[in-house]
Design a protein around this ligand. Structure first.
Ligand SMILES: Nc1ncnc2c1ncn2[C@@H]1O[C@H](COP(=O)(O)OP(=O)(O)OP(=O)(O)O)[C@@H](O)[C@H]1O
Length: 397
């Protein structure tokens, strides 16, 4: 059994006698607990039919649940909210394991969240016991069938998603909220039809299982090439669409590859090792998902948009506008001086009780009113321009 931690490209090989707890502790615990600190995490088991995927994932899930609740207990300064959703992909149809009656579910593309499953139920988890109970319901709901190699063979891919949100209890000025998902995935096993004696329903299942596993293998192989700008066929199967963030995206991923020691399965074991070799070369880009980080991102976008809006006229027109404003201001000042002078002259003439030189009262009044009118219209114009300019200066600072 080999385990790959793609975040650090760690590889562990576990012999057939080692316990599932050891596999969890050395290969999956760190990844699983990342979700408590806002890092998306995925653990999945890959391998041929009857090689122990379900057995191992059951143990990994139990241990992860235990550790998650121990962490919550020892972190009283934070409030945790856990939600669980679960689905299976059976014959390329997505079904809600917490609400089978809802029928086939559609996959939608969300610009922010990526692929989402429409109408998938999310149950709020009360405590560890409740979580175990919900996981038990999912297991019971899953498609299982008897094959020549496994009397309880998983005929579908199962994904149990635990979404963990946490925030500091005390408001310390900075709202530090983490939000991340832990995906626990038990894939259906790859198999050869000749080995499983498949026919009828089993043959149809076999065809869907192998086709989606082939897409997964292709995606992993292409990602492992490390080439940029190449087409990665995530959309060729529902499994790879749903797992896309875990395959080269924003998540830490641990892959547990299971193999049978039987000589008759040597070809399948070689395929599994080839998958593991490619998978260990894939680099993910896991980030801490903080609620306030999202808000900052949103605000930054909004500021950028407003700046672009304000910059839409040619930058040169701003200097032009400034010159115009200065000219108009000078004109206003000059006119104000003239008005003052005229008023003063008028006062002197009134007091001397004689007609002003070269101008009669009507002429004076007209000139004064004209000055005032001009000033007023320019003020309105200036106020409008200044309003824009100040607005602009505020954004540019
Ligand atoms: N480490 C183990 N120790 C003891 N029994 C195991 C171990 N791993 C698997 N088994 C047993 O082997 C059988 C097949 O295992 P399991 O169903 O987990 O295989 P699988 O890979 O999930 O198969 P499939 O792909 O057909 O669903 C089961 O009866 C399981 O209990």
């Amino acid at each position: 059994m080999s385990d790959l931690l793609d975040h650090t490209h760690l590889i562990r090989v576990f012999d057939p006698t080692c316990s599932t707890y050891k596999v969890y502790k050395e290969g999956a615990r760190d990844v699983a607990l990342s979700a408590l600190n806002g890092i998306n995490a995925t653990i999945f088991a890959y391998g041929q039919t009857s090689s122990g995927k379900t057995f191992t994932m059951r143990g990994i899930t139990e241990n992860a649940v235990k550790d998650i609740y121990e962490h919550i207990k020892s972190t009283p300064e934070r409030d945790f909210v856990l939600r669980l959703s679960a689905l299976e992909i059976y014959n390329e149809t997505v079904v809600d394991l917490l609400n089978r009656e809802s029928g086939p579910l559609q996959l939608l593309d969300d610009p922010e969240k990526g692929t989402i499953v429409e109408k998938l139920i999310e149950e709020v988890v009360n405590d560890g016991q409740h979580l175990k109970h919900l996981i038990g319901i999912c297991e019971a709901q899953r498609q299982v069938g008897e094959t020549a190699l496994n009397d309880k063979s998983s005929r579908s891919h199962q994904l149990v998603r635990l979404t963990i949100e946490s925030s500091l209890r005390e408001n310390l000025g900075c709202v530090q909220s983490f939000l991340a998902s832990l995906n626990l995935v038990d894939l259906a096993g790859s198999e050869r039809a000749s080995q499983t004696n498949a026919d009828g329903t089993r043959l149809k299942e076999w065809s869907h299982i192998n086709r989606s596993l082939l897409t997964l293998t292709t995606v992993i192989r292409k990602l492992s090439d490390g080439k940029r700008n190449i087409h990665i066929p995530y959309r060729d199967s529902k499994l790879t669409r749903i797992l896309q963030p875990s395959l080269g995206g924003n998540a830490r991923t641990a892959i547990i590859c299971t193999m049978s020691p039987a000589l008759s399965h040597v070809e399948q074991s070689r395929n599994t090792l080839s998958f593991a070799t490619s998978a260990k070369k894939v680099t993910n880009n896991a980030q801490i998902n903080m609620a306030n980080k999202k808000l900052v991102k949103h605000l930054q976008k909004e500021v950028a948009r407003l700046e672009a809006e304000l910059r839409s006229p040619e930058p040169s027109s701003y200097s032009c506008l400034t010159t115009q404003l200065m000219e108009k201001d000078m004109k206003i000042q000059q006119m104000e001086r003239e008005v003052k002078e005229l008023k003063h002259q008028l006062e002197l003439e009134r007091s001397a009780n004689k007609e002003p030189k070269g101008l009669n009262h009507a002429g004076h009044s007209r000139r004064v009113s004209k000055c005032l009118f001009l000033r007023l219209s320019m003020r309105v114009h200036l106020l409008w321009k200044l309003g824009n300019e100040r607005h602009l200066e505020g954004w540019q600072q």
